[in-house]
Design a protein around this ligand. Structure first.
Ligand code: ZN
Ligand code: ZN
Length: 338
């Protein structure tokens, strides 16, 4: 099978031929229809997030068609369309027992610890890591497994603050942010939505996706959010970037007793003290999502309530795609279609 290989920081990704993986008794081999290229892959490529083995095939947003199943697998069969739930937990710790595999302390993420989906085929350790698509196009489903699942969990964390007369501000209208706008619109239609980004092109997309206000982050963001909310600030803010500048804008934008959800892993610091954030403002992080939430996200897509903006590219275009993602020159999500 053809597979892309990340060899070392600073080297281009290579496209190589590898033998098909052996399929063990509980494993499933999936022929990849779509594999998303995510901003967090850049953190791996740049060496900010370490991988467990090199070379490794990256790619944690995967969907496709079941090609082969292990002798003990009965849940799926060859020919089934499946989304790959990517937060592969250990399955036995307290958090995995609760279904929160995305919080497992010993995860085996594809594309970080073991080979991921930027290839023609992906070996999945267990059928519990698959969700049947029931008619949904796997190329559409691939980015939903992270670019929609992650904002879905983050929006749900903020839902208690949202509704008629309330405001949600979304910082960063990239692969995740453009899905967050649609998810918020679907889950809480009466909430006012504010989109914040440094790119006017991305803000134009946010407008198309139903944002009520768009604010360029090169202006005074906090003041603009206050102006759009009668001086109160946004009841919830989700930061999909997470650098020093966006976290400062988030604090300047959030209301008293509001909620700030940090999703972006850019590594910025939020100065936190009693008086440095609005009174009784709650701050939390949110990471990926669990399998139950992935099922919810796929249902939103089947019902036509959310739809990722997708650009299809072959595996051979991977280095060019990475360069464009670095430059902020991708609208929505690039999906590799081997
Ligand atoms: Zn990702
Ligand atoms: Zn676990």
């Amino acid at each position: 099978m053809k597979a892309t290989r990340f060899i070392e920081v600073g080297q281009p990704i290579q496209l190589v031929d590898l033998p098909d993986p052996e399929v063990g008794p509980t494993e499933v081999l999936v022929r990849i229809s779509g594999a998303g290229v995510c901003h967090s892959d850049l953190h791996v490529i740049d060496g900010e997030v370490g991988v467990r083995q090199k070379p490794i095939t990256l790619g944690h947003e995967n969907a496709g068609i079941v090609e082969r199943v292990g002798s003990l697998v009965t849940e799926v069969k060859p020919g089934d369309g499946v989304a790959v739930f990517g937060a592969w937990g250990c399955g036995v710790c307290a958090l995995c027992e609760q279904g929160e595999e995305n919080l497992c302390q010993k995860p085996i993420y594809p594309g970080v610890m073991v080979d991921g989906g930027w290839a023609e085929k992906l070996l999945v350790p267990h059928p519990r890591n698959l969700v049947k698509l029931n008619g949904l196009d796997p190329v559409i489903a691939a980015p939903l497994t992270d670019a929609a699942l992650t904002p879905y969990r983050a929006v749900r964390k903020a839902l208690s603050r949202l509704g008629p007369g309330r405001t949600l501000a979304i910082i960063g209208v990239g692969g995740l942010g453009h899905m967050a706008l649609q998810i918020a619109r679907a889950l809480t239609p009466a909430t006012q939505l504010i989109a914040i980004d440094v790119s006017d092109a991305k803000l134009a997309m946010a407008k198309e996706l139903g944002a009520d206000h768009c604010i360029n982050a090169q202006t005074e963001v906090g003041a603009a959010v206050k102006a759009a909310t009668g001086g109160a600030g946004a009841d919830a803010v989700i930061d999909f970037v997470g650098n020093d500048a966006t976290l400062a804008n988030a604090v300047a934008s959030v209301a008293i007793a509001g909620k700030l959800v940090v999703v972006g892993i850019a590594g910025g610091t939020l100065p936190f003290s009693f008086w440095k954030i609005p009174l009784e403002c709650e701050v939390t992080t949110s990471i990926w999502g669990n399998r139950r939430e992935l099922k919810d996200v796929l249902e939103l897509a089947r019902r036509g309530l959310i739809a990722p903006h997708i650009e299809r590219q072959p595996l051979s275009a991977i280095n060019e795609v990475i360069a464009r993602l670095h430059a902020g020159d991708v609208r929505g999500r690039v999906v590799l279609t081997p």
